[in-house]
Write a protein that binds this ligand. Structure first.
Ligand code: SF4
Ligand code: SF4
Length: 265
């Protein structure tokens, strides 16, 4: 395992699981960790033939991240789950959650309402995992799924990122080297990587803005104001819920929305 090393898209890395037996372990137990960026939701929308608003009813749930409310793939309860394996769930941020709920979005913690109360932290299994252990949406699966077992290591100075191999990846021994660009299988990867960086640093800017506006209760918990609620709702609406015209370039439309959103910050 090449842990500790970082890679660029043209580098080779030992990520291909030659002996993959379709156990499906890599699609179990993710809880709210398959975060979705706007490109992911656009791909899911077009691939499944569902409007973004419809995806948010069931396929997508929302989690708190640095004061923002952002989407992730909503898992189904895993019938084989054992309580000792449950990770910590994400924190609630009442103001931002209220903003999303006010837009008619179903704001849920993973598994809420779908399991008995003492088992609500079941980290779940992906609804798109087929009986044979393969992915039903392989052609338009989210970026986090494309990456596995890679992660991204961001450099704030250059506003770029490099790839690294995650320690807790697939347990199967015998990985083969493959070029990372081929592994990701994303069209126009250079443009995609620029978009990923732009989105990442825009979210950091929003989170910094939210933190600067926070007031603290005596117990140290954050009090969110109405601007935070409006900002959260605005970002969900502009980047996720408003469909991207399929006859136009996604990145061109994203850049236009990003420019508009920056004016609000
Ligand atoms: S955990 Fe490894 S062996 Fe199992 S399905 Fe995923 S890649 Fe294949
Ligand atoms: S979308 Fe596909 S690859 Fe991603 S977790 Fe679900 S089944 Fe696995």
């Amino acid at each position: 395992m090449e842990t500790g090393r970082t890679f660029q898209a043209q580098d080779m890395a030992k990520v291909y699981c030659e002996k993959c037996n379709g156990c499906g372990d890599c699609c179990h137990g993710m809880s709210d960790t398959i975060h979705l960026d706007p490109y992911d939701v656009d791909q899911l929308s077009k691939g499944l033939g569902l409007a973004p608003q419809e995806l948010f009813r069931d396929v997508i749930a929302l989690h708190a991240d640095g004061g923002m409310i952002l989407p992730h793939l909503h898992m189904l309860p895993d019938p084989d789950w054992k309580p000792a394996a449950a990770p910590a769930s994400s924190a609630n941020i009442p103001g931002a959650r209220a903003a999303a709920a006010a837009m008619g979005l179903r704001v849920v913690d993973d598994m809420e309402g779908s399991m008995a109360p003492d088992a609500q932290t079941n980290p779940g299994v992906c609804r798109f995992l087929k009986e044979d252990g393969r992915c039903a949406i392989h052609a338009f699966r989210p970026g986090f799924c494309r990456l596995f077992p890679l992660g991204r290591d961001y450099d704030a100075d250059t506003r770029t990122f490099r790839y690294f191999i995650v320690d807790n990846g697939c347990p199967m021994p015998g990985k083969m080297k493959v070029r990372i660009s081929k592994w990701l299988g994303v069209p126009n990867l250079t443009r995609y990587e620029r978009y990923i960086s732009d989105w990442h640093y825009f979210c950091r800017e929003v989170q910094a803005k939210i933190a600067s506006l926070d007031e603290l209760n005596p117990d140290g918990t954050a009090v969110r104001g109405s601007f935070t609620e409006k900002l959260t709702a605005f970002i969900l609406q502009v980047f996720y819920l408003t469909p991207y015209d399929p006859s136009r370039d996604f990145y061109e439309l994203f850049d236009l929305r990003l420019a508009e959103a920056r004016k609000v910050l």
